[in-house]
Write a new protein. Structure first.
Length: 291
Protein backbone atom coordinates (compact mmCIF):
# COMPACT_ATOMS: atom_id res chain seq x y z
CA UNK A 1 0.00 0.00 0.00
CA UNK A 2 1.35 3.43 -0.98
CA UNK A 3 1.43 6.58 1.10
CA UNK A 4 0.73 9.94 -0.51
CA UNK A 5 1.45 13.50 0.55
CA UNK A 6 -1.25 16.14 0.29
CA UNK A 7 0.52 17.62 -2.77
CA UNK A 8 0.58 14.24 -4.50
CA UNK A 9 -3.11 13.82 -3.76
CA UNK A 10 -3.71 17.26 -5.28
CA UNK A 11 -1.76 16.37 -8.44
CA UNK A 12 -3.56 13.06 -8.91
CA UNK A 13 -7.12 14.23 -8.22
CA UNK A 14 -7.11 17.82 -9.44
CA UNK A 15 -8.52 18.94 -6.09
CA UNK A 16 -6.57 21.68 -4.31
CA UNK A 17 -4.78 20.69 -1.10
CA UNK A 18 -6.68 23.39 0.79
CA UNK A 19 -10.00 21.96 -0.39
CA UNK A 20 -8.97 18.42 0.56
CA UNK A 21 -8.16 19.61 4.09
CA UNK A 22 -11.57 21.30 4.33
CA UNK A 23 -13.32 18.11 3.20
CA UNK A 24 -11.31 16.19 5.74
CA UNK A 25 -12.15 18.47 8.66
CA UNK A 26 -15.75 19.47 7.91
CA UNK A 27 -17.08 16.34 6.26
CA UNK A 28 -14.81 13.52 7.47
CA UNK A 29 -14.43 12.24 3.93
CA UNK A 30 -10.99 10.82 4.65
CA UNK A 31 -8.94 10.10 7.77
CA UNK A 32 -5.22 10.51 7.04
CA UNK A 33 -2.62 9.08 9.32
CA UNK A 34 0.42 10.96 10.60
CA UNK A 35 4.10 10.16 10.45
CA UNK A 36 6.43 10.16 13.45
CA UNK A 37 7.14 13.80 12.64
CA UNK A 38 3.39 14.63 12.64
CA UNK A 39 3.07 14.99 8.85
CA UNK A 40 -0.18 13.86 7.26
CA UNK A 41 -0.03 11.01 4.77
CA UNK A 42 -2.79 9.37 2.78
CA UNK A 43 -3.42 5.76 1.76
CA UNK A 44 -4.63 4.10 -1.45
CA UNK A 45 -8.08 4.07 0.14
CA UNK A 46 -7.92 7.84 0.69
CA UNK A 47 -6.78 8.39 -2.90
CA UNK A 48 -9.70 6.34 -4.27
CA UNK A 49 -12.13 8.16 -2.01
CA UNK A 50 -10.98 11.61 -3.15
CA UNK A 51 -11.01 10.50 -6.80
CA UNK A 52 -14.59 9.27 -6.43
CA UNK A 53 -15.66 12.41 -4.60
CA UNK A 54 -13.95 14.66 -7.15
CA UNK A 55 -15.87 12.96 -9.99
CA UNK A 56 -19.21 13.96 -8.47
CA UNK A 57 -17.97 17.31 -7.18
CA UNK A 58 -16.73 18.31 -10.65
CA UNK A 59 -20.19 17.47 -12.01
CA UNK A 60 -21.77 20.06 -9.71
CA UNK A 61 -22.94 17.91 -6.79
CA UNK A 62 -22.60 19.71 -3.44
CA UNK A 63 -19.95 18.34 -1.15
CA UNK A 64 -22.44 18.11 1.74
CA UNK A 65 -24.63 15.84 -0.40
CA UNK A 66 -21.64 13.70 -1.44
CA UNK A 67 -20.53 13.33 2.17
CA UNK A 68 -23.94 11.93 3.09
CA UNK A 69 -23.75 9.11 0.53
CA UNK A 70 -22.90 5.57 1.48
CA UNK A 71 -20.07 3.88 -0.40
CA UNK A 72 -22.59 1.93 -2.50
CA UNK A 73 -24.56 5.10 -3.34
CA UNK A 74 -21.35 6.91 -4.26
CA UNK A 75 -20.32 4.15 -6.67
CA UNK A 76 -23.81 4.01 -8.18
CA UNK A 77 -23.86 7.74 -8.92
CA UNK A 78 -20.44 7.53 -10.56
CA UNK A 79 -21.62 4.65 -12.73
CA UNK A 80 -24.65 6.70 -13.76
CA UNK A 81 -22.34 9.47 -14.90
CA UNK A 82 -20.14 7.02 -16.81
CA UNK A 83 -23.24 5.73 -18.60
CA UNK A 84 -24.31 9.23 -19.60
CA UNK A 85 -24.34 10.12 -23.29
CA UNK A 86 -21.53 12.66 -22.98
CA UNK A 87 -19.60 12.03 -19.79
CA UNK A 88 -16.66 14.25 -18.95
CA UNK A 89 -13.26 12.81 -19.79
CA UNK A 90 -12.12 13.31 -16.20
CA UNK A 91 -14.65 10.73 -15.01
CA UNK A 92 -13.05 8.04 -17.12
CA UNK A 93 -9.51 9.17 -16.26
CA UNK A 94 -10.21 8.98 -12.54
CA UNK A 95 -11.87 5.59 -12.92
CA UNK A 96 -8.84 4.25 -14.80
CA UNK A 97 -6.58 5.54 -12.04
CA UNK A 98 -8.60 3.65 -9.44
CA UNK A 99 -8.43 0.49 -11.57
CA UNK A 100 -4.65 0.81 -11.65
CA UNK A 101 -4.38 1.25 -7.89
CA UNK A 102 -6.60 -1.82 -7.37
CA UNK A 103 -5.06 -3.86 -10.24
CA UNK A 104 -8.65 -4.40 -11.36
CA UNK A 105 -8.41 -5.74 -14.91
CA UNK A 106 -12.13 -6.38 -15.38
CA UNK A 107 -13.14 -2.85 -14.40
CA UNK A 108 -10.32 -1.36 -16.46
CA UNK A 109 -11.45 -3.34 -19.50
CA UNK A 110 -15.09 -2.28 -19.06
CA UNK A 111 -14.18 1.38 -18.51
CA UNK A 112 -11.85 1.62 -21.49
CA UNK A 113 -14.27 -0.28 -23.75
CA UNK A 114 -17.04 2.09 -22.70
CA UNK A 115 -14.84 5.07 -23.61
CA UNK A 116 -14.09 3.62 -27.04
CA UNK A 117 -17.75 2.85 -27.75
CA UNK A 118 -18.84 6.37 -26.81
CA UNK A 119 -15.98 8.39 -28.24
CA UNK A 120 -14.18 6.22 -30.76
CA UNK A 121 -10.65 4.86 -30.52
CA UNK A 122 -8.71 7.98 -31.54
CA UNK A 123 -10.69 10.29 -29.26
CA UNK A 124 -10.25 7.89 -26.35
CA UNK A 125 -6.48 7.63 -26.78
CA UNK A 126 -5.97 11.37 -27.35
CA UNK A 127 -8.18 12.75 -24.60
CA UNK A 128 -8.46 9.99 -22.02
CA UNK A 129 -5.55 7.55 -22.23
CA UNK A 130 -2.85 10.19 -22.76
CA UNK A 131 -3.95 12.31 -19.74
CA UNK A 132 -4.27 9.10 -17.75
CA UNK A 133 -0.69 8.14 -18.64
CA UNK A 134 0.44 11.57 -17.47
CA UNK A 135 -1.15 10.77 -14.12
CA UNK A 136 0.79 7.53 -14.06
CA UNK A 137 3.88 9.64 -14.64
CA UNK A 138 3.13 11.62 -11.47
CA UNK A 139 2.83 8.39 -9.51
CA UNK A 140 5.95 6.92 -11.11
CA UNK A 141 8.13 9.97 -10.41
CA UNK A 142 7.01 10.04 -6.76
CA UNK A 143 7.62 6.27 -6.40
CA UNK A 144 3.96 5.64 -5.58
CA UNK A 145 3.48 2.85 -8.09
CA UNK A 146 5.72 -0.14 -8.49
CA UNK A 147 6.79 -1.74 -11.77
CA UNK A 148 4.02 -4.35 -11.44
CA UNK A 149 1.31 -1.66 -11.52
CA UNK A 150 2.95 0.18 -14.40
CA UNK A 151 3.40 -2.99 -16.46
CA UNK A 152 -0.12 -4.15 -15.62
CA UNK A 153 -1.76 -1.01 -16.93
CA UNK A 154 0.60 -0.51 -19.89
CA UNK A 155 0.04 -4.05 -21.15
CA UNK A 156 -3.74 -3.67 -21.00
CA UNK A 157 -3.55 -0.49 -23.08
CA UNK A 158 -1.04 -2.13 -25.43
CA UNK A 159 -3.46 -5.01 -26.05
CA UNK A 160 -6.21 -2.55 -26.97
CA UNK A 161 -3.95 -0.78 -29.43
CA UNK A 162 -2.81 -3.99 -31.11
CA UNK A 163 -6.42 -5.13 -31.51
CA UNK A 164 -7.32 -1.75 -33.03
CA UNK A 165 -4.40 -1.94 -35.48
CA UNK A 166 -5.27 -5.51 -36.46
CA UNK A 167 -8.86 -4.40 -37.00
CA UNK A 168 -7.92 -1.90 -39.70
CA UNK A 169 -9.07 -3.31 -43.02
CA UNK A 170 -8.04 -0.37 -45.19
CA UNK A 171 -5.31 -1.24 -47.69
CA UNK A 172 -2.49 1.18 -48.42
CA UNK A 173 -3.74 3.98 -50.67
CA UNK A 174 -0.70 6.26 -50.50
CA UNK A 175 2.63 5.72 -52.23
CA UNK A 176 4.69 6.89 -49.25
CA UNK A 177 6.16 4.20 -47.02
CA UNK A 178 6.71 4.72 -43.29
CA UNK A 179 9.04 2.91 -40.88
CA UNK A 180 8.17 3.18 -37.19
CA UNK A 181 10.80 2.23 -34.62
CA UNK A 182 12.20 2.90 -31.16
CA UNK A 183 15.97 3.34 -30.69
CA UNK A 184 18.06 0.72 -28.96
CA UNK A 185 17.29 0.44 -25.21
CA UNK A 186 14.01 2.32 -25.70
CA UNK A 187 11.09 0.18 -24.51
CA UNK A 188 8.17 2.61 -24.06
CA UNK A 189 6.05 1.48 -26.97
CA UNK A 190 2.53 2.82 -26.37
CA UNK A 191 3.00 6.10 -28.21
CA UNK A 192 4.59 4.42 -31.22
CA UNK A 193 1.75 1.90 -31.42
CA UNK A 194 -0.76 4.74 -31.57
CA UNK A 195 1.23 6.49 -34.28
CA UNK A 196 1.18 3.21 -36.19
CA UNK A 197 -2.60 3.07 -35.89
CA UNK A 198 -2.98 6.67 -37.08
CA UNK A 199 -0.80 6.42 -40.17
CA UNK A 200 -1.99 2.96 -41.19
CA UNK A 201 -5.61 4.08 -40.90
CA UNK A 202 -4.84 6.96 -43.25
CA UNK A 203 -3.59 4.68 -45.98
CA UNK A 204 0.19 4.71 -45.56
CA UNK A 205 2.22 1.56 -46.15
CA UNK A 206 3.76 0.90 -42.73
CA UNK A 207 6.66 -1.16 -41.43
CA UNK A 208 6.44 -1.42 -37.66
CA UNK A 209 9.79 -2.45 -36.14
CA UNK A 210 8.78 -1.81 -32.53
CA UNK A 211 11.02 -1.27 -29.52
CA UNK A 212 14.76 -1.57 -28.93
CA UNK A 213 15.89 -1.52 -32.59
CA UNK A 214 19.69 -1.55 -33.05
CA UNK A 215 20.80 1.03 -35.59
CA UNK A 216 22.44 -1.50 -37.96
CA UNK A 217 19.13 -3.39 -38.14
CA UNK A 218 17.23 -0.17 -38.82
CA UNK A 219 19.62 0.65 -41.66
CA UNK A 220 19.28 -2.82 -43.19
CA UNK A 221 15.50 -2.55 -43.25
CA UNK A 222 15.59 0.93 -44.75
CA UNK A 223 18.14 -0.12 -47.38
CA UNK A 224 15.79 -2.92 -48.40
CA UNK A 225 12.43 -1.12 -48.49
CA UNK A 226 13.58 2.49 -49.09
CA UNK A 227 10.94 4.24 -46.93
CA UNK A 228 9.98 7.88 -47.38
CA UNK A 229 9.38 8.64 -43.69
CA UNK A 230 10.81 7.49 -40.34
CA UNK A 231 8.82 7.96 -37.12
CA UNK A 232 10.24 7.43 -33.65
CA UNK A 233 9.77 8.35 -29.99
CA UNK A 234 12.23 8.73 -27.12
CA UNK A 235 11.44 8.47 -23.42
CA UNK A 236 14.83 7.33 -22.14
CA UNK A 237 18.26 8.86 -22.65
CA UNK A 238 21.36 7.22 -21.20
CA UNK A 239 24.56 9.10 -22.00
CA UNK A 240 23.65 12.52 -23.40
CA UNK A 241 26.77 12.55 -25.56
CA UNK A 242 25.93 9.18 -27.12
CA UNK A 243 22.31 10.25 -27.61
CA UNK A 244 23.31 13.37 -29.56
CA UNK A 245 25.79 11.32 -31.59
CA UNK A 246 23.04 8.81 -32.36
CA UNK A 247 20.74 11.55 -33.65
CA UNK A 248 23.51 12.93 -35.83
CA UNK A 249 24.09 9.49 -37.36
CA UNK A 250 20.35 9.05 -37.96
CA UNK A 251 20.18 12.40 -39.73
CA UNK A 252 23.25 11.74 -41.87
CA UNK A 253 22.28 8.17 -42.78
CA UNK A 254 18.70 9.04 -43.73
CA UNK A 255 19.22 12.58 -45.04
CA UNK A 256 17.04 11.83 -48.08
CA UNK A 257 14.07 10.92 -45.84
CA UNK A 258 11.65 12.78 -43.62
CA UNK A 259 12.42 12.01 -39.96
CA UNK A 260 9.76 12.76 -37.32
CA UNK A 261 10.51 12.21 -33.64
CA UNK A 262 8.86 13.00 -30.32
CA UNK A 263 9.41 12.51 -26.58
CA UNK A 264 10.16 14.84 -23.69
CA UNK A 265 13.95 14.21 -23.80
CA UNK A 266 13.90 15.43 -27.41
CA UNK A 267 12.26 18.72 -26.43
CA UNK A 268 14.59 19.12 -23.44
CA UNK A 269 17.50 19.06 -25.90
CA UNK A 270 15.76 20.96 -28.67
CA UNK A 271 18.69 23.31 -29.19
CA UNK A 272 21.04 20.49 -30.21
CA UNK A 273 18.64 18.38 -32.31
CA UNK A 274 19.97 18.05 -35.89
CA UNK A 275 18.10 20.18 -38.42
CA UNK A 276 17.12 17.13 -40.46
CA UNK A 277 14.99 15.78 -37.60
CA UNK A 278 11.55 17.34 -37.16
CA UNK A 279 10.02 17.25 -33.69
CA UNK A 280 6.30 16.84 -33.02
CA UNK A 281 4.54 17.04 -29.67
CA UNK A 282 1.05 15.60 -30.13
CA UNK A 283 -0.38 12.91 -32.46
CA UNK A 284 -2.32 15.66 -34.23
CA UNK A 285 0.98 17.44 -34.94
CA UNK A 286 2.30 14.30 -36.61
CA UNK A 287 -0.77 14.08 -38.84
CA UNK A 288 -0.33 17.74 -39.81
CA UNK A 289 3.27 17.04 -40.80
CA UNK A 290 2.19 14.15 -42.99
CA UNK A 291 -0.38 16.15 -44.94
Amino acid sequence: MANYSIKELEALTGIKAHTIRIWEKRHNLISPERSDTNIRFYSDKDLKQILNVSILYNQGLKISKIASLTEAELCAKIQDLANDVKPENEIFIDQLTICMVDLDEDKFEKTLSSCILKKGFEETINHIVYPFLRKIGVLWLSNKINPVQEHFISNLIRQKMIVAIDGLIESATKEEKIVLFLPENELHELGLLFFHYLVKKRGYKTYYLGQDVPFPDLKKVCDKINPDILISSVAYVGSEKKFIEYLAVVEETFKDKRIYMTGQPMFNKKGVIPEGITLFEQPADLLNLLT
